[in-house]
Design a protein around this ligand. Sequence first.
Ligand SMILES: CC(C)(COP(=O)(O)OP(=O)(O)OC[C@H]1O[C@@H](n2cnc3c(N)ncnc32)[C@H](O)[C@@H]1OP(=O)(O)O)[C@@H](O)C(=O)NCCC(=O)NCCS
Length: 143
Amino acid sequence: MPLSRALLLADEMGEADPGVPGWFQYAVVLDGELVGDIGVHLHEDLRNADIGYTFARSHQGKGYASEAVARVLEDLFTVRGVEEVGAECDSRNVASAKLVARLGFRLVERVEQAEWFKGELIDSLVFRLSAWEWRRNRGGRLG
Ligand SMILES: CC(C)(COP(=O)(O)OP(=O)(O)OC[C@H]1O[C@@H](n2cnc3c(N)ncnc32)[C@H](O)[C@@H]1OP(=O)(O)O)[C@@H](O)C(=O)NCCC(=O)NCCS
């Protein structure tokens, strides 16, 4: 089932505006069911943003997350004029690293021992994608 049937809704954040600096949360709703969320942190300069995402376990492994994040990226780069988007994940989070790689992000840094997680020091991976890279790659994949 393609996600194109799903709605990408602004979460219940009242007056929140995705064009204003700060965090904005999108809810991904499929057939009335909340299946995921995508958070966007728009920086004060309006040119940079960071994203985060979580999908319900029952809706993972179907390409939904990639498709929904691609839609948000398309909006950021083509409508909002954002120039670069960053994403960061735990180095052990294979699904997340694969998702951003699939969308054309490049790995820019591995931060050794970035934070403590359940009593263990973990590395984090930092990825970036520019508007130029997005436009260049757009024809060859989702988005
Ligand atoms: C990160 C996360 C959103 C990735 O979810 P996901 O469902 O694996 O991501 P995608 O939407 O890209 O799905 C890709 C998978 O669907 C498969 N797939 C099946 N049908 C597909 C289709 N029609 N189109 C595309 N992919 C399809 C792909 O082959 C791929 O499987 P693979 O990973 O075994 O290669 C999810 O693991 C999650 O919510 N994790 C918990 C929260 C988290 O870690 N967030 C990130 C914090 S940095």
